[in-house]
Design a protein around this ligand. Structure first.
Ligand code: NAD
Length: 333
């Protein structure tokens, strides 16, 4: 067993957190991750209203006795959501673990902490991580450039971000972006992280409610099959490289660029949702990270999390026994 600050704080068995994924963080997947020993996370904004989120929380409770959380992401949206209503509904339903992400989360973090909740906050820079720590979050999720969705605008890969987190943070942090196997978990622990956040692999597990065609696309995809959209709007998002995403980037790069209004119809979440539901991978924009290149099969959540745990333990054990060349030289001398 790999026991860390994360497993202790969240009351989970394996230090793996499922990232909040728009249109995918639904009760069946959340419960499957939590039943497998990780932390499943319901995505609040996937539900059409705070009342619907209440129902999703109740449904998840019927499927698992283990802890799970709720994600609330604060980024530009076409229809501004009632963030505070979602937060209140989840707290009233006795959810005690929240993942926050995006801009200006202070008010929500303050509310969750006043209710005795545990807050994980996603950060793509060390300055944001330090500011979130000052606001009282319990765990930082360090998102490297490899991640699906919004990596921020600094283009900093996970290796350096995690090493910087080790230098600068005095609260627990987990690694997010590019992690899909036991190597990733072992490496994250070596960087001083207390666990990992995963999305890309969990999205295609047998228990995940998305269409089989999209799961097959992810298995067939490589690390080269993602693209950044919204770079010119400073709302960069890593998504699956399909016809719609390529058209968005073409419009952004044309002389004079593009305003959000020029892209709205192409990028709307409602269209992206159709891809997951109908299996038409060109129906709209859907997110994917470069971890896609590491994925070669479609296991259940239980099989995946067991595999990651065992592989990480084997690697950590191997490293502990490793005789480094320098050690050998020292022994000879
Ligand atoms: P949406 O239909 O409102 O917007 C589609 C995309 O356009 C999103 O990426 C959004 O950030 C972007 N966008 C909207 N208005 C914009 C503007 N004025 N300027 C620049 N970009 C703009 O999004 P949705 O699919 O209904 O999702 C709701 C929110 O959740 C979005 O902010 C989205 O980015 C975010 N999200 C959350 C997760 C998660 O894991 N919780 C994952 C992906 C996206």
């Amino acid at each position: 067993m790999i026991s860390t600050a994360l497993t202790k704080l969240l009351g989970i068995r394996v230090p793996v957190v499922q990232g909040g994924m728009q249109w995918v963080g639904l009760p069946a997947l959340v419960a499957a991750v939590s039943n497998a020993g990780g932390l499943g996370i319901l995505t609040a904004l996937t539900q059409p209203s705070p009342e619907a989120l209440r129902q999703a929380i109740r449904e998840t409770r019927k499927l698992t006795n283990n802890n799970f959380g709720v994600n609330i992401t604060l980024l530009p949206t076409i229809n501004p959501p009632d963030y505070e209503g979602y937060a209140r509904a989840a707290v009233e339903e006795n959810v005690r673990i929240f993942e926050t992400a995006g801009n200006s989360p202070g008010k929500l973090i303050k509310f969750f902490k006043s209710q005795g909740c545990i807050v994980l906050h996603k950060c793509t820079t060390i300055r944001h991580a330090k500011s979130a720590a000052r606001m009282g979050v319990d765990i930082i999720s360090i998102d490297g450039l490899e991640c699906a969705g919004h990596p921020g605008e600094d283009d900093m890969g996970g290796l350096v971000l995690l090493a910087r987190a080790a230098q600068e943070l005095n609260i627990p942090y987990i690694a997010s972006g590019g992690i899909a196997d036991g190597r990733g978990l072992a490496a994250a622990l070596a960087f001083g992280a207390c666990g990992v956040n995963m999305a890309c692999f969990l999205i295609l597990c047998i228990d995940s409610p998305i269409h089989q065609n999209i799961k097959d696309k992810i298995v067939a995809g490589t690390e080269l099959d993602t693209i950044h959209i919204f770079r010119t709007l400073r709302n960069t998002s890593r998504v699956y490289r399909n016809k719609v995403a390529e058209e968005v980037v073409r419009l952004e790069n044309r002389p004079g660029g593009a305003k959000f209004e020029d892209l709205r119809e192409l990028v709307s979440g409602a269209r992206g949702r159709l891809a997951y539901e109908t299996g038409d991978s060109d129906a709209g924009i859907w997110t994917a990270g470069v971890a896609m290149g590491l994925i070669t099969d479609i296991p259940s959540c239980q099989e995946l999390i067991d595999r990651i745990e065992k592989d990480a333990e084997r690697i950590i054990d191997g490293l502990a026994r490793m005789k480094l060349p320098d050690d050998r030289d020292a022994t000879k001398a």
